[in-house]
Each structure stands twice: as C-alpha cells, then as structure tokens.
Design a protein around this ligand. Structure first.
Ligand SMILES: [Zn+2]
Length: 169
C-alpha cells in the first residue's frame, strides 16, 4: 500500500523535530511528521497531470507516496501527485520522451505520405480539369488543382475547384 503524504491547508509542525510550518507531512499516531523524520525526504514530487508518466514512475520506484490535500467543499482528500525516487522519475521521463519522439516521427511520416497523396491528387485533378474544360490554360488548371489540394482533398476541394473554374471563364 502507498504511503499517504498530506499537503496541509494550515502550517503544521513536525511532532518529532518541531520543524515547520510544513508544506507536506505524513500522519503517524495522529500527529504530523515531516518528510525528513518519515525518511521520505529523498523522494521527488511529481504533480498529477500525466497519467503515463505517473504510472511509469510508480512502477519504477520501489517506494512511492501519494500526496493528497483536503478539499473542504467536497469534504474529501484529493490526490495532488506522487512522491517517487528521483531515478525512477528520470527513467519514467525518458521513457515518455521516447514515446513522444516516436509519435512525432510517425506524424512526420504521415504528413510526408499525405503530401505525396496531395501531389498525386493535384496531378489527377489537373488532368480532369483539362479533360472537362479543354480551353482552360494548363497553368490555370494546375493552379486550381493545387489550390483545392491544399484545402484538403475530397468534395470540398473539388467544389472549390469548380467554383474557381466557373469564375475563370
Ligand atoms: Zn521532523
């Protein structure tokens, strides 16, 4: 089970070393104990927010503590973050960073593939415009096709191309 660390709303002093006011403490025998006296001072704080980072840091850390704060309106303790070993946090961060890099690379590949599709779409559309409107100058047909490919292929693009074409005649 996780150790629970409390972020007190009011300053508390450690029951053992009298240090304070404390920003975080645990409760032992119903008295506040500072993180130094609780042997938790070496842990690093990870605020909540990234589920993946939190899960990885917790898995990598042999000791972790949940940090909670009392919400008076809701009358319950709410999780604020996690205390984990520094090395575990560093490992979790680099794992998440590697994931983010992989995602970015995939997005880049997708964008490159879409750009390739746009080029093909533009060429096909240019040919189609020239077939339907033989008197349209090829450069103009190319412009229209490029414009509509840039706005995204599909019906909207084709409709826009048709509109431009009508305006051009
Ligand atoms: Zn203390």
């Amino acid at each position: 089970m996780d150790v629970v660390v409390i972020e007190p709303r009011k300053g508390r002093h450690c029951a053992e070393c009298r240090q304070g006011p404390l920003t975080m403490h645990i409760r032992e025998f119903n008295a506040p104990l500072c993180l130094v006296c609780a042997d938790l001072a070496h842990l690093a704080y990870l605020p909540r927010g990234s589920a993946a980072l939190t899960r990885r840091a917790r898995e990598a850390s042999s000791l972790s503590a949940v940090v909670v704060r009392f919400n008076r309106r809701r009358r319950r303790y709410e999780r604020q973050g996690l205390l984990v070993e520094e090395a575990a946090l560093a490992r979790a961060e680099s794992a998440c960073l590697a994931d983010a890099e992989a995602r970015a690379r995939r997005r880049e590949r997708d964008a490159a593939r879409r750009a390739g599709e746009d080029v093909r779409f533009t060429a096909e559309l240019t040919a189609e415009i020239l077939r339907l409107f033989p008197r349209c100058p090829p450069a103009r047909a190319q412009d229209i096709a490029t414009h509509s490919a840039a706005r995204g292929s599909g019906r909207v693009g084709r409709t826009a191309a048709g509109r431009s074409l009508r305006q051009a005649r």
